[in-house]
Design a protein around this ligand. Sequence first.
Ligand code: DX5
Ligand code: ZN
Length: 228
Amino acid sequence: MDRSIKIAPSILASDFANFGAECQAIEAQGCDWVHVDVMDGHFVPALTFGPATCAAIRPHIKTVMDVHLMISPVDAYLQEFAEAGADILTVHAEAGPHLHRSLQHVRALGCKAGVALNPATPASALEYVLDLVDLVCVMTVNPGFGGQKFIHSQVAKTAEIREMIGDRPIHIEIDGGITPQTAPLMTAAGADVLVAGSAVFKGGSVSDPAPYGENIRAIRAAAEAARG
Ligand code: DX5
Ligand code: ZN
């Protein structure tokens, strides 16, 4: 189990007209995974894109395609996202009444299975599905938009989840409002995958990608220092 710090930029904060080049740029600048935010305008207020866009992005990603499904219902779409090439498919615990079934389905499709928890959802929602998950995504903002403010109450929840997980090979990912200031709180609490949109893409572009690398290194350094 690789518990080293992994930085997963969210392409929600990138140039939508240039997804392929943006994915290549963040990978060249040292990210570990690429985080892809799918929103349906129903489970969350905003709309982004669906499986066809994911499939188009896929050939431009060499690392890990981490697909965060903020959609409800979700089950009917899992196969299409798996076929689009997702390595990890994360569903929300709040997205439907049958989380257990959704996770079984994701694994049956050959993807790693993730569960995301909204800020109001307790860690106990994971209790009876832990053996079906490869990743828990703790939302540190209410999902739906990039650039929101980090919600501090999720630090204690992350520590609680780390405790629940024990020796199981499960990643803890955090998503929303992550910066060099907030990342250390979460890695100290047990997170290993840090999603960051605005904090990675700010100041750079496909034609000037060096700031992406500086931003990634700043988050990583702060996060690793808190690990001790
Ligand atoms: C929020 C998304 C996040 C978001 C993070 O609904 O799931 O992945 O893009 O953006 P920042 O890092 O800007 O909060
Ligand atoms: Zn996300």
